[in-house]
Design a protein around this ligand. Structure first.
Ligand code: 2AM
Length: 506
């Protein structure tokens, strides 16, 4: 049972993420006091994990947990995001948590909740929010961690976060693997860095997830196009992804894609599991949050939203089955060079990926204005190089881009990425055209290209659109030959007809 005030850190919520984070801390020599609402889960967890370097302290109640911790106390909460977090904080305050103690929410909380909580619990505890990415294995052996809150609180957490985060080799930017699971990596740069005030850590974690949605969708579209256009089997596709993983696309998601594609079906060893997995995607909501935030701030993040909608469309499985019998499409068979198509899809994937990351960083750029944060984009890219789901060689290039120019207006404008798109775009356009010709849905490839072409267009048809808005709603327009901000309205010569609507909100 709990010993008096000797534990370094407390952890509440022993589902898989909580258990793994607790073991990760204990492996690194921290004495971890653990509590779970359902007591038996905590007892089993402690009994199953004796002899960790730091040790686990079983706490049957929150007052026990408070009593077990050295001051200032540091308590990590890993319960379901939402009201459960507030409930646990209230219980902690009743259990003896004090003004100088840290309460750290490591769940996938909405960043505005984190901003609200820091304010609400001010004077009663130091509330702090940290994004944690890397899934269950990341939590266990080294996640990427995105801490946000008061800098005074961060200084108490920093040694723990630096110890338990994934490590990358500073010169190559490559993740450093543990020699043996559970044996801490020595040296290397930790994949964590103070992100900013209040909700900044959770915000950046949300953007990570939004980008992850597009990364996954793009990979899935590449798989789909190659499968359909070249009629390839799953293991042949696996070989292509494994090869891509040797180059610029080297990333955790491409690596696991090859492994997934290679996996035989346990129910039918002659078939592949992926061919038996139902094509109806689920989601937990962080992609939706990112897209909603993009709409709220008026920042184009169309590929991120498209990735969310692609999941929504896939989920309409029974409607799609019906529609597939009714709605027509083209008859198409690819007769070109097969190797060339594989190379083209690779380039389309790479160029689209650049656009997706550009959109994610644009959102963060605007959010720092909205929330008065000062985000360090090179540092954010740096801590995503290891531990998290989107970890990739590519992130070293983004780190370099924002190191070259911390004020970079858009990632696509960095000389390296601009060059990559210049080289890859003929292939990218070819793949998008082929998808359209073949009647194959490739919304992330297509929306990324639309983003690129829209962003690089000096002129867009919004002149006509503004004319329409002024015509039906007197919404006014600016003129190309007058200073920005000067607004004009024309009494349009409406043809004779009954009263025009005054305003229709357009
Ligand atoms: P449980 O084992 O008692 O369900 C993920 O759901 C984790 O959060 C679990 O450890 C769960 O505890 C815990 N959890 C969920 N809601 C909670 C609440 N309101 N108070 C405390 N723990 C909670």
């Amino acid at each position: 049972m709990a010993q008096n005030a000797s534990a370094d850190v407390g952890l509440i919520g022993l589902a898989v993420m909580g258990q793994n984070l607790a073991l990760n801390m204990a492996d690194h020599g921290f004495k971890v006091a653990v509590y779970n609402r359902t007591r038996s889960v905590m007892e089993r967890f402690v009994a199953d994990n004796p002899g960790t370097p730091g040790g686990l302290v079983a706490c049957a109640s929150l007052p026990d947990l408070a009593a077990a911790l050295r001051k200032p106390r540091k308590v990590i909460i890993l319960v379901q995001a939402g009201p459960a977090v507030d409930r646990v904080i209230s219980q902690l305050l009743e259990a003896g948590i004090e003004e100088d103690d840290l309460v750290v929410d490591c769940g996938n909380s909405l960043w505005t909740d984190t901003i609200r909580r820091e304010r609400e619990y001010s004077g009663r505890c130091l509330f702090f929010g940290s994004g944690v990415s890397g899934g269950e294995l990341g939590a266990r052996y080294g996640p990427s961690m995105m801490p946000g809150g008061q800098a005074s609180a961060w200084k108490h957490l920093e040694p723990i976060w630096n110890s338990i985060a994934a490590k990358v080799d500073e010169s190559s930017g490559r993740p450093m693997e543990t020699a043996e699971p559970g044996k801490p990596v020595r040296g290397g740069m930790p994949c964590t860095s103070y992100i900013g005030e209040n909700g900044a850590g959770h915000y950046v974690k949300m953007i990570h997830n939004g980008i992850e949605y597009v990364d996954m969708q793009l990979i899935s579209e590449a798989y789909f196009l190659l499968k359909k256009l070249l009629d390839l089997k799953s293991d042949e596709l696996a070989a292509i992804f494994a090869q891509w993983n040797q180059g610029d696309l080297d990333s955790y998601l491409i690596q696991i894609t090859a492994e997934i594609l290679r996996q035989p079906d346990p129910a039918d060893p002659d078939g592949f599991l992926v061919d038996r997995i139902l094509d109806a995607a689920q989601q937990k909501g962080t992609g939706k949050w990112t897209s909603g935030n993009a709409l709220d701030m008026g920042i184009p993040a169309n590929s991120i939203a498209e990735a969310v909608f692609a999941r929504c469309l896939s989920a309409l499985k029974s409607e799609r089955v019906e529609a597939s019998r009714q709605l027509s499409g083209p008859a198409f068979s690819y007769r070109g060079d097969r190797r060339e198509l594989i190379a083209a899809v690779r380039d389309a994937l790479y160029c689209s990926k650049i656009c997706a990351y550009a959109q994610g960083f644009q959102l963060m750029r605007q959010a720092q204005v909205e929330y008065r944060w000062k985000l360090d984009f090179a540092s954010i890219a740096r801590i995503w190089r290891g531990g998290c789901i989107i970890r990739a060689r590519f992130l070293q290039k983004i780190t370099e881009a924002y190191t070259r120019d911390p004020e970079l207006v858009n990632l696509m404008l960095d000389p390296y990425f601009e060059g990559q798109i210049r080289e890859g775009q003929a292939h990218w356009r070819r793949v998008v055209s082929l998808a359209a010709q073949a009647g194959l849905a490739a919304p992330a490839f297509m929306s990324a290209l639309a983003y690129y072409d829209g962003y690089r267009s000096e002129f867009l048809p919004a002149n006509l659109l503004q004319g329409q808005r002024d015509y039906f709603g007197a919404h006014t327009y600016e003129r190309t030959d007058q200073p920005r901000g000067a607004r004009f309205h024309l009494d349009w010569p409406h043809p004779k007809r009954p009263q025009i609507p005054i305003d229709s909100g357009g």
